[in-house]
Ligand binder design. Sequence first.
Ligand code: HEM
Length: 180
Amino acid sequence: MNDPAPAHPYPDSSRPDGDPAPHPLLAPVLGLLGTWHGRGEGGYPSLDGDFTYAQEVTFSHDGRPFLRYEARAWLLGADGAPLRPSARESGWWRLQADGRVESLITQPTGIAEIAVGTADGTTVDLTTDQVALAPTAKEVGATRRVYTLTDDGTLTFTHDLEAVGLPLQHHLSARLRRAE
Ligand code: HEM
């Protein structure tokens, strides 16, 4: 008979002062570690009007020089109550010695992105390097994601989108507060 599976000996941490200690290359993104909650607004010229959403975003690490990234959003009604689940995505942000970031992000809508950019301790700015689309995915050409930590502990997020034949432009903006 097999032994019962042991607990994972290398759990993720979402704290800068936790165990394991973050890898030194994570220095420019330490301020992102943790779980964030907040609200945002979105729209796109091809859509019927704008929308309001809530989002939960988590950045964690296992001591190696990459972040694990996970984001879930849900749409909100005019009264602020949840309407339905919306976009979710997860991925990996690989920190390089010169502050460059290489990220791999996938979505259940059939879109896989590789985005590259920089992290400087306050802002992470990622622009598409490559997009791969599943056969039935919507046509997405590029994105730009900018995350900014402000002095009052807010994480602002903007997401520009080039899709369905339209040029790169605003799709989302949100303000998030740390939940833990
Ligand atoms: C917080 C995250 C996001 C939210 C709340 C959101 C919300 C929405 C909503 C409400 C729609 C309209 C269709 C529907 O009702 O489901 C939509 C369409 C779309 N979104 Fe997003 N989205 C998010 C992230 C993304 C990301 C990361 C991408 C691409 C990388 C993306 C690409 C698209 C595309 C291609 C469409 C279809 C446009 C069209 O067919 O005209 N979205 N999004």
